[in-house]
Design a protein around this ligand. Structure first.
Ligand SMILES: O=C[C@H](O)[C@H](O)[C@H](O)COP(=O)(O)O
Length: 241
């Protein structure tokens, strides 16, 4: 694709396209969701068309990405993830210095986490505006809940200190690909993401949340200083530049 004019979009493009270059022939590839990951998906399609890449199969983290990937001619796997995923390239809303994430701005958090946890490499692609000293500083935490009893989840999240906004959607409330609701929960800077994740995971009716802790293996950040690629456990592991 020609370079984007707007700097933020250009950084997203650079990060996404850089990550697409990590995909090798024969790999099983997870395709992320959002305005950054889409650049990786498009670049993978171009590499397939030009013969630079051969024999890959992909799995999408959302219906939207699945539709786009199929339209671009990328061979897609069945939804039951019959094989281990070699590499997934996905975006994030906020990234802290430990390479932990808030995801789910597009509502795809549950499928994204399922695909990430089935992946050998989880490569996160962001523009530098997503870097944050502490998760929750800039972004509410998306919490996916079953429609049944959802107002009780609002009260529960409020009891944990969040200001909660049910995510609006077409003429009502937003629906995830699974038909669930999203409660955008503004906690402010989260002191202990692991502890919060544990409380959310123990609650019946909460189907998923956007805290991705210890899941990203790689972080590709694009910004004014160029593209930086960090790997967990390889020098500078998990620390932002
Ligand atoms: O549900 C959506 C995903 O977690 C996205 O990867 C995340 O919101 C980042 O999206 P974008 O690259 O459009 O900022």
């Amino acid at each position: 694709m020609p370079p984007q004019a707007n700097p933020e979009a250009r950084f997203k493009q650079q990060a996404g396209e850089h990550a697409a270059s990590l995909v090798q022939s024969g790999m099983v590839v997870g395709l992320g969701t959002g305005s950054t990951a889409i650049f990786a998906t498009r670049k993978i399609a171009v590499r397939l068309q030009t013969g630079d890449l051969q024999g890959i199969v992909a799995i999408a983290t959302s219906r939207a990405t699945d539709d786009t990937a199929r339209a671009l001619g990328i061979p897609m796997l069945a939804d039951d993830i019959p094989r281990e995923i070699d590499i997934t390239i996905d975006g994030a809303d906020e990234v802290d210095p430990a390479m932990d994430l808030i995801k789910g701005g597009g509502g795809a958090l549950l499928r994204e986490k399922i695909v990430a946890e089935a992946s050998r490499l989880e490569v996160i692609v962001v523009d530098e505006g997503k870097l944050s000293p502490r998760l929750g500083t800039h972004w509410p935490l998306p919490v996916e809940v079953l429609e049944f009893g959802w107002r009780s989840q609002v009260r529960f999240l409020e009891s944990l200190g969040a200001a909660v906004t049910p995510r609006p959607g077409n003429g009502g409330l937003f629906r995830t690909d699974q038909g669930n609701l999203i409660l955008d929960s503004r906690f402010g800077p989260i002191n202990n993401p692991l502890e919060l994740a544990g409380k959310l995971e123990a609650r019946a009716g909460i189907i998923g949340h956007g805290l991705f802790i210890g899941i990203a293996s790689d972080l590709v950040v694009a910004g004014n200083d160029g593209i930086r690629h960090l790997q967990r456990g390889h020098g500078g592991s998990g620390q932002q530049p």
